[in-house]
Each structure stands twice: as C-alpha cells, then as structure tokens.
Design a protein around this ligand. Structure first.
Ligand SMILES: [Fe+2]
Length: 333
C-alpha cells in the first residue's frame, strides 16, 4: 500500500498527520511514511509489523558460528589458520548449557529451521573462522539440504588468514572470490539483494568496518521507496554508549583504538578515522523510511538499539547455538 492509499484508507489524509509510529526525523522523510509499524523483542523472538503489504515471513538470523573444520587442502594455510582453528571448540548451548561443537550448533539450528518451516536464513558473517574450503563446502551442503533460501554476507574472520600479507581489502577480495565464492550463489560479495514475500534483504559487506563508494551508491538505490528492507551486515553500526565492537561509523574507530591487530596478525586500522562515505552510509541507514531493521553480528552478544526509529538487532553467536527468530507481517490496525 502506498502512503497516499494508506492515509486515505485510514481517514487521515486531510489531517496532515504523520503516521509512522516510530517517527524518523528529517524533512525528506516527512514526505514518505515509515514502513515500520511496530517492533517487539522477547529474548531471541522478534516480531516486526510493517505498513507495507507482505506475506507473513519467518526468518532465522544466524551469525558467528565460527566453523573451523578443515582437510588436506588447508594444510598449506595452517600457518595462517591455526589460532582461529582452535577457537570456539567447546561451546555451551545458550538455552540448555549442553556442550557441543560449532558444527553441531549449526546443524541443530538448521534442523530447527526446517522443523519450524522458516522461510529464509539470514547469515551475517563469521560463519567461518577462516576461509576453509572444507568448511564452506560442508556449510553449503547443509544449507542446500534445508531447501530454505538464504543470504550470506562475510564477517571479518570469514576471509582472514591471520598473518598473510596484504591489506584487509586485498584479503577480502581474494578469499571472497576464491574459497567463499559458492556462498554468494552467483551474487556479488560486497553487495546484493534477495527478494522474498514482498521483503527485500540487502546485504552490505562491512567486514573491514568500512563502506565503499559503490556500496553506498547501491544502498541508496533501495532506500526511500515502498519496498520494505532488512539490512544484513556483520559489524554493527555505531551506537552511542556501546562498545567499539559497534565499529562501523564509530567516531572512536581507527589506528589509535585498535587493540587486536597483533593477536589477529593484520594491518592496523587506518589512521584518520572513518571516511565520508561510511558516515554518509550511516546517515542513509538511519533515515531510510522503508528500513524495518538492521541485522548484525560480530559482538557475540544479543542487543537491541533503536536510533531515529530504526532498530538494530545484534545476535549472539551461533557457535553457542544462538539465533534470532524474526517474524514479519503486515500491520492491520
Ligand atoms: Fe565472530
């Protein structure tokens, strides 16, 4: 339903009333209705109601599984994979406290998705602890077996062989187009859309903490229209009061605040802070009248923030069995 139709059917056309229940500021947004009608979150259950016409849709948001299985093809990369190959080996389930592996966690989450007839799987990075061919093949087979459509965007570990020469941008370009390629199902690694039931899922790879000009231009072509969006990224967007893990567009991000570059054996974050492009992307996200929510990972903690009427949900890590169960439907009141 477009804004004019909504206003006419709700009897508010002559009153000049702005109907977005979670109003977004800015003069440009006042010309179009916010598509987010209501939003609620109870533990890992999320309900989103939109003013747009959508088919009721259930998605599982899965992030940070940190799969590290490998085979003989990974032997020549052991020097670069050894630290992360030993991380997340013993996990405790977030509900039962039971001990199990990251692989078991991923399988259990997918089994639940099948049982509960989930419509879509949103994978927001660090599904892998390093770009292991064996892990990618294993995960892809498991995902394909579910028969559920999915979208994948990389996290900072998916493409990172620690200690390998090259900048973050170079390593991401190399390993996303080599070992991780099948996860993109023919789409571009840096940005892509997936449409389902009247909802558009927009993937933006911000696993370097930054946004590239072509990603900003792409995102802008999908905002401020009548198609409801869900934005999938790995690194959460900056929220005042949150940690540096909310690093994309964070004013404190940069060379002087990078504490982990030695442990992760990578180049230090760039000096000079975030670029104008990343900051412009940030503003675009929090002024997008058709954006229902941002789904991110990276911090391994479940959090919810709302900025300018736009929710940002961060899921805890699937290595511990966590996932978000997100239900989207049209608001009929
Ligand atoms: Fe992670």
């Amino acid at each position: 339903m477009n804004r004019r139709h909504f206003l006419a059917s709700s009897g508010l056309l002559g009153l000049g009333i702005h109907c977005g229940s979670l109003a977004r500021g800015g003069s440009e947004q006042e010309t179009s209705q916010n598509l987010l009608g209501s939003f609620s979150c109870t533990e890992n259950q999320v309900a989103i109601y939109t003013h747009a016409q959508v088919k009721p849709t259930r998605i599982f948001h899965i992030t940070d599984t940190h799969l590290s299985l490998d085979d003989e093809r990974g032997v020549k990369y052991l020097e670069y994979s050894k630290r992360m190959a030993n991380a997340y080996k013993s996990n405790r389930h977030f509900q039962t406290g039971e001990a199990f592996s990251a692989e078991e966690s991923f399988e259990q989450t997918l089994d639940l998705a099948i049982k509960q007839e989930v419509d879509f799987l949103a994978l927001t990075g660090d599904i892998f602890s390093f770009p292991s061919r064996a892990a990618v093949e294993w995960a892809l087979e498991k995902l394909t077996d579910t028969g559920i459509p999915f979208a994948y965007v990389a996290g900072n570990h998916d493409w990172h062989y620690e200690g390998m020469a090259g900048s973050a941008h170079q390593l991401r370009d190399t390993w996303c187009s080599k070992h991780l390629k099948p996860m993109y199902q023919g789409n571009k690694p840096l940005y892509a859309t997936y449409d389902l039931n009247g909802i558009r899922f927009v993937c933006i790879d911000n696993s370097t903490y930054e946004i590239e000009p072509e990603q900003l231009a792409f995102f802008k072509t999908h905002t401020r229209n009548d198609r409801p969006l869900i934005l999938l990224m790995h690194i959460p967007l900056y929220m005042p009061g949150r940690s540096l893990g909310f690093g994309c567009a964070n004013p404190n991000w940069g060379e002087s605040s990078d504490r982990n570059f030695r442990i992760e054996r990578r180049e230090k974050w760039r000096a000079g802070g975030h670029t104008r492009v990343t900051l412009e992307f940030y503003d675009e996200v929090f002024n997008a009248s058709n954006l229902l929510t941002v789904l991110a990972g990276h911090t391994h903690r479940h959090t919810l923030d709302i900025k300018n009427g736009v929710p940002q949900l961060v899921s805890a890590h699937n290595a511990a069995g966590y996932y978000l169960d997100v239900n989207i439907a049209t608001l009929h009141v």
